[in-house]
Design a protein around this ligand. Structure first.
Ligand code: SF4
Ligand code: SF4
Length: 206
């Protein structure tokens, strides 16, 4: 990972963290940069900014830099950082919030295309039925990400089909989707974090 030290002096700007707190209840401004989150994170090798840097950038008001980072899509929500933070900052939850904001504002890093496609397919299933329909999820992911083309090119496409059939024979890939009861309750919770601050502000003022 390459770091470029910019000789720019920035003042704290709490606009972004205030939005984070208002929309998610998470308080990044409690961070005192001990870096315990980063030292425990198993995926820093693949990140462009470390978790503590994500928090620091938010405290400096560099929201777009954070939203367009690869880090938020590399994060696997393992929650090690949240567990280690001495200030009880839910950094894993913050990464989820940032993913939703990046999606809502069209700032998703192109390097995260595959992860983003899976994220979208997964959330779409949950939003529609309240649970995952694995067969449909895989189809949507393969088509929307273009992963099927890559697999055709590398000659592994038919291996995937054979694997799918083997899973289906063992009852692991159902052909019918099932939903949950009380979908309306779930959808109410589900829609809220998908709103961008702009959308939220306009719905409040209208
Ligand atoms: S562990 Fe918590 S306080 Fe320490 S740098 Fe990370 S977010 Fe900040
Ligand atoms: S939740 Fe994400 S940022 Fe936190 S330790 Fe796990 S992978 Fe790293």
């Amino acid at each position: 990972m390459e770091h470029v030290v910019e000789e720019t002096f920035l003042e704290p700007n709490y606009d972004a963290t205030q939005r984070v707190s208002a929309l998610s209840g998470i308080q990044p401004e409690l961070c005192y940069q001990c870096r315990k989150c980063t030292s425990g994170c198993p995926l820093t090798f693949a990140m462009d900014y470390y978790p503590d840097q994500i928090v620091r950038y938010l405290l400096l008001g560099l929201e777009e830099k954070v939203l367009s980072s690869a880090t938020i899509w590399v994060c696997s929500s393992c929650e090690t950082c949240t567990t280690r933070c001495p200030n009880d900052i839910d950094i894993a939850g913050l990464m989820d919030y940032l993913k939703q904001q990046a999606h809502a504002r069209g700032l998703v890093d192109p390097r995260a295309n595959l992860t983003y496609a899976f994220h979208e397919a997964f959330l779409s299933d949950i939003g529609r039925r309240g649970r995952i329909f694995e067969t449909g999820l895989l189809q949507r992911y393969m088509l929307s990400s273009g992963a099927w083309k890559a697999k055709l090119k590398e000659g592994t496409f038919w291996d995937e089909i054979r694997l799918g059939l083997a899973l289906w024979r063992r009852g692991r890939l159902p052909l019918r989707a099932h939903g949950i009861r009380r979908m309306s309750d779930l959808q109410r919770h589900f829609q809220k974090p998908m709103q961008s601050p702009e959308a939220k502000n306009s719905s409040v003022s209208s």
